[in-house]
Design a protein around this ligand. Structure first.
Ligand SMILES: [Fe+2]
Ligand SMILES: [Fe+2]
Length: 383
């Protein structure tokens, strides 16, 4: 008897989405830049089994260089360093598996949103591009799943990420799908992939992230180039709705004042791994201000301020109204030294997007980019 089943215990119950489908009868190029991006994507296809060396074992000592992405140097606290080497490697493995699992589940969300975009966007070039992105995302799901299984085991999705993916899948507005996925989720992912790719010395992870990040830079470019065309055509109300959708997604993912945060999910993973999270946080609260004091002199911007907000501005989705909301959120989560004292200072600190995002995402981090933005509580992830 076959063990194939239509319903498996790993499936979620199905839920309804409000997607609208649009046929487009004009097949000629209309948005040239998207047609070019589609050709580029077709040329850049790669194959996991052929292009990555899966036979190589993961060397945990090299793997320890992989940033855990907590926005604070927990690995440098006396509590973490006081663990035996074996235990430290195990905690690194569990923490990284949590982070990579959320990349993986985010990739599944991206796979489903990209396939929805094929149906929902009104221009042929945009449908073509979304089709190549769908293929890319399938490959990303494949490689992250395979890598995590080699490292440890796949962990469940964190609640805030699930919420943003659900909202993006469920909205009937294709522009909101573009903003939620291409700008916010992929913007944050691109920033993290770049950091992880640059710092990890584990060769398989580095190679995998090189391929994935190259694809992601195109996905981000798709969102930017398409929205740049669309946003000027929108009325005030529709534009504000898009701005609010992006803000809400960012708040869900990173605002530490919300009840469920990625950091809270992380603490749960540690507790399950037998770590005394209270002792770690106490050690972090005491030592991190000192650990960061050198870095205070040269603060760098986090992923929201340094990448997502510049992207929104470029797309015409950063009015002063919504910028003030971002400033307020970031000020509550970070020290005002990073955010700026008022809206004018905040806006003046927003950098331009890199000219060539593909080159940027594959460039090595500069020395001052290795430093962390300083969070208010000392033991909260930086945003
Ligand atoms: Fe992806
Ligand atoms: Fe993507």
């Amino acid at each position: 008897m076959s063990d194939f089943e239509l319903e498996t215990s790993t499936q979620e119950p199905p839920f309804d989405t409000a997607m609208k489908v649009i046929y487009q009868w004009n097949y000629d190029p209309e948005v040239e830049e998207l047609r070019r991006l589609y050709v580029k994507a077709a040329e850049a296809q790669w194959v996991s089994e052929r292009d990555l060396d899966w036979d190589r074992d993961i060397d945990m000592h090299l793997f320890e260089t992989t940033p855990l992405g907590l926005g604070l140097p927990v690995q440098e606290t006396s509590y973490w360093r006081g663990q035996t080497e074996e235990r430290r490697l195990e905690l690194t493995r569990k923490t990284a598996a949590f982070r990579l699992s959320n990349f993986l589940h985010g990739e599944q969300g991206a796979l489903m949103v990209a396939s929805q975009l094929v149906n929902a966007v009104p221009h042929t070039d945009a449908k073509f591009y979304a089709a190549t992105q769908t293929m890319d995302e399938a490959r990303h799901v494949e490689v992250f799943a395979q890598y995590i299984e080699k490292l440890d085991e796949i962990q469940p999705i964190a609640a805030p990420l699930k919420k943003v993916l659900d909202d993006t899948l469920q909205t009937g507005d294709w522009l909101k799908k573009l903003v939620g996925m291409q700008i916010v989720v992929e913007g944050l992912a691109l920033f993290s992939f770049r950091e992880m790719r640059s710092l990890t010395e584990e060769p398989l992870l580095k190679d995998l992230l090189t391929y994935v990040a190259r694809d992601e830079s195109r996905h981000h470019a798709y969102g930017v180039q398409y929205l740049e065309r669309c946003v000027p055509e929108l009325g005030k109300e529709q534009r504000e709705e898009l701005e609010d959708f992006a803000l809400e997604a960012a708040r869900t993912l990173i605002d530490a004042r919300r009840s469920t945060t990625l950091f809270a999910s992380m603490l749960e993973v540690w507790s399950n791994a037998g770590l005394d999270a209270t002792a770690l946080l106490e050690s972090a609260a005491k030592e991190i201000p000192d650990l960061l004091s050198k870095q205070n002199k040269k603060r760098r911007l986090g992923p929201v301020q340094g990448f997502v907000i510049p992207t929104l501005r470029r797309c015409g989705l950063l009015s002063e109204r919504v910028a003030e909301h971002y400033r307020e959120m970031l000020a509550a989560n970070l020290s005002t030294g990073v955010v700026g004292e008022d809206l004018e200072e905040f806006l003046s600190r927003i950098p331009d997007l890199p000219e060539d995002t593909a080159a940027w995402v594959l460039s090595e981090l500069q020395e001052d980019e290795r430093e962390l933005p300083v969070s208010r509580g000392g033991a909260q992830p930086a945003v």
